[in-house]
Design a protein around this ligand. Structure first.
Ligand code: GUN
Length: 282
């Protein structure tokens, strides 16, 4: 079997076209969706992600503002900046790019963002709403993955999904969203013994471990769907996922590439959440 490649870039473009129309309508009604992005320090990968978010916002007509802060700022100062944005009615979405410098407690920062402006969907209030299946801001990468599966009419109900990775940003929430869609979900991680035992019975594998080529052909059941969330930079500067794409492609029914896979969908769902925030829904 040779897998069909799910092109996240194309799907993202399609969705962004619809969002552009939606923003235009909001503008006509006097609402100008606005996203404030905070970048602390000079991590090159973070800077590049933030630039991507700004560019995509502009593409659909969302106003974005980048607030750049020095590495050396105190946690209290960052919390004050967030509070000002919380109070500013023209700001609809707030995103603090992670990771933060070590002297700043990430959880304090996440919890300082008003839940109704938390377009990342990281605030415990929004995570709780997601877990209980309420309408809320869904974390962007997991939300993008659901959209990718739906775009190919891949059914989730009753399927065995194996999530490899348990980060708060991707692994845990994607498993929860798939559970909400009636999948049977198994979480695996770096300390799982005999990983293959689980992945070989998976109808859908979500690879989110952050290790290049961690999932090989031997992990994949014939006809499985393979979603690769990894973005790993190799020594030669190229990007690669957590999945050995060429090997897995020979066994899977659908597979996502890196780049042009999950990455563009993450940013697209951030735009979706920002528009949702501007409409006053949370
Ligand atoms: N760092 C890596 N991914 C993300 C994300 O989705 N949101 C934020 N705020 N920081 C990140």
């Amino acid at each position: 079997m040779t897998a069909e490649v799910i092109n996240g870039k194309e799907l993202a473009q399609e969705l962004r076209q619809n969002m552009k129309e939606e923003v235009k309508k909001l503008n006509e009604g006097g609402i100008n969706p606005h996203l404030s992005v905070i970048l602390v320090g000079n991590n090159p990968a973070s800077r590049s992600y933030v630039k991507g978010k700004e560019k995509a916002s502009a593409e659909v007509g969302i106003q974005s503002e980048l607030i750049e802060l020095e590495d050396s700022i105190t946690e209290d100062y960052l919390l004050e900046v967030i509070e000002e944005l919380n109070q500013n009615p023209s700001v609809h979405g707030i995103l603090v790019q992670l990771p933060l410098p070590e002297h700043i407690e990430e959880q304090h920062v996440i919890e300082a963002i008003a839940p109704e402006k938390d377009v990342d969907g990281f605030h415990p209030v929004n995570i709780g709403r997601m877990m209980t299946g309420q309408d809320t801001f869904l974390p962007c990468t997991p939300f993008g993955i659901i959209k990718m599966l739906q775009s190919k009419n891949i059914s989730i109900e009753g399927k065995h999904v194996v999530v490899v990775g348990r980060s708060n940003i991707v692994g845990k929430p994607v498993g929860q969203l798939l559970l909400n869609e009636h999948a049977t979900v198994t979480y695996c991680h770096s300390r799982t013994k005999d990983l293959m035992k689980y992945t070989q019975s998976a109808d859908i594998i979500i690879a989110a471990v952050g290790k290049a080529n961690f999932i090989g052909e031997e992990h994949v059941k014939n006809g499985a769907v393979v979603i690769d969330v990894g973005i790993n930079r190799l020594n030669d500067g190229s990007l690669t996922g957590d999945v050995d794409f060429d090997a897995a492609k020979g066994k899977a029914s659908f597979i996502t590439p890196v780049p042009k896979g999950v990455g563009p969908m993450t940013i697209t769902m951030l735009l979706y959440n920002t528009i949702k925030a501007a409409k006053g829904l949370s």
